[in-house]
Design a protein. Structure first.
Length: 91
C-alpha cells in the first residue's frame, strides 16, 4: 500500500489547526517530544515513556511537582528506568 503525501500547504495548515487547539504548554511539550499522541488501546512503548519523561525533566513545572528540583537528577532517574514519578505529573 502506498501512502499519498499531501502538499506542504495542506500539511502545515493541518499542523496549525492542531496547534490552535492546544495550550501554550502543550505546544512546547509537543516540540520536545513529550506530548502523548492519544489515548488508545495500544500500550505506550518504553521508548515513548522515556522520551516523554525526559521532556518532563526539562520542564520546570513538572519537575517541581514531581519533587525533583534538579534537572540532572531527574534525567538520571529516567535514564535509570524510573518514569512514573514524572509521567504522573504530566497527566
Amino acid at each position: 500500500d502506498e501512502v499519498e503525501d499531501k502538499d506542504w500547504q495542506t500539511t502545515w495548515g493541518d499542523r496549525l489547526e492542531k496547534a490552535k487547539s492546544m495550550g501554550t504548554d502543550d505546544v512546547f511539550l509537543a516540540a520536545k517530544g513529550g506530548l502523548k499522541q492519544s489515548e488508545s488501546d495500544v500500550p505506550e512503548s518504553e521508548a515513548s515513556k522515556k522520551r516523554r519523561a525526559l521532556a518532563g525533566c526539562r520542564t520546570d513545572g513538572f519537575r517541581e511537582k514531581s519533587g525533583v528540583k534538579d534537572a540532572r537528577q531527574c534525567t538520571a532517574k529516567v535514564l535509570g528506568g524510573e518514569y512514573d514519578f514524572i509521567l504522573d505529573q504530566m497527566k
